[in-house]
Ligand binder design. Structure first.
Ligand SMILES: [Fe+2]
Length: 344
């Protein structure tokens, strides 16, 4: 299947020239003559590359490029800006709005084709990576689907742990890793037989030993994906406990990666507030009370848990006693904390 290229130029003669050149080279071409139409055409035809004249009617090429590059669904689509202006400041502006390459008018045929080929091969590579990610997500969701009681556990886990990560000041790439981990953290359960995974009663020691391998298997499944570098420690350590009694490595305290400590708080909370075969879902207050006891036992990170409680108080009806008292005392609704990071 040939690649689709969107050509945007308000000069019909230029447009036709580029269109003929690209069609003769085997590409499928769609065209637009102004900024607004180019964005509509982009949404409709989902091109593999955009050749974008800077000086087009509203919005101009810089703005069109910015809009393409700020959207998570389209930022990997290469954009070549075509400009009659060789000024450095235009190149700088182009780079600021995310352009991948530049061509100066009049466009030289062989240079244009060389740049198009190069950017399209990079795009094919990133498409391949995206396909690999989506295979993993599909596998993870199909494992989740085996258990009728978990509902949309992965989706809730992704959203809540990303919000908690944001609240405690994690970096953007760590928050992205939490989002991905929310979906794939239990992917290693693919190696656990259904007879154990869905067993309603107590597990035997041998069955529990098999379950304990799922973070290790999950890490191994996702390891080949470089874009999952920050997701791997979350997958491996989401069942560790601060006092060292967790699995698979029995890590203690801050040796457990902070991102994993965030995910496990949300994971436990979601499990407690969801119906299970052996008990009804707990209320928010009861779930947090149960977790408070587990924090006292030395299982979960107390600072991350405090932040989680306060976040829930802002987004639900729940008002923790501790928070009510501290609000009365200091008059603040949000407490700023520094949560301990791994090895820091
Ligand atoms: Fe797990």
């Amino acid at each position: 299947m040939s690649s689709v290229i969107l050509v945007v130029d308000d000069d019909p003669a230029n447009c036709e020239l580029l269109e003929c050149l690209l069609r003769d080279s085997g590409y499928e071409v769609v065209v637009a003559s102004d900024g607004r139409r180019s964005l509509d055409e982009f949404t409709r035809s989902r091109p593999d590359l955009v050749l974008l004249d800077v000086q087009i009617p509203y919005p101009n090429g810089f703005e069109v490029c910015r809009q393409i590059k700020c959207h998570p669904d389209s930022w990997l689509v290469p954009v070549i800006l075509i400009t009659g202006l060789a000024a450095t400041e235009d190149r700088v502006h182009g780079l600021e709005v995310g352009a991948d390459d530049f061509l100066i008018k009049p466009v030289e045929r062989s240079e244009l084709l060389a740049r198009v080929r190069s950017l399209l091969s990079r795009k094919a590579f990133t498409d391949e990576l995206e396909r690999a990610e989506s295979v993993l997500f599909t596998l993870a969701l199909s494992i989740e689907g085996k258990d009728p009681y978990t509902g949309s556990h992965c989706e809730r886990l992704s959203d809540l742990s990303a919000s908690l990560g944001h609240r405690i000041g994690l970096r953007t790439d760590e928050i992205t890793a939490l989002r991905r981990a929310g979906t794939v953290h239990d992917i290693g359960k693919v190696a656990v037989p259904d007879s154990i995974l869905l067993k309603p009663g107590k597990l035997t020691p041998e069955e529990f030993r098999i379950i304990q391998q799922h973070p290790v298997v999950g890490e191994r499944i996702c390891a080949p994906l470089k874009s999952f570098r920050l997701v791997l420690p979350i997958i491996r350590h989401h069942h560790e406990k601060l006092d060292g009694t967790g699995y698979p490595d029995g890590l203690r305290g801050n040796n457990i990666p902070l991102t994993a400590r965030v995910l496990q708080i949300v994971d436990v909370y979601d499990a407690l507030t969801t119906d299970r075969p052996y008990r009804r879902a707990l209320s928010i207050a009861d779930a947090l009370k149960t977790m408070e006891g587990e924090v006292r036992k030395g299982w979960w990170d107390p600072d991350v848990f405090d932040e989680f409680q306060e976040m829930q108080a802002l987004t639900t009806e729940f008002q923790p006693e501790k928070l009510k008292t501290s609000r009365q005392a200091d008059g603040h609704s949000v407490r700023m904390t520094s949560v301990g990071r791994t090895g820091e």
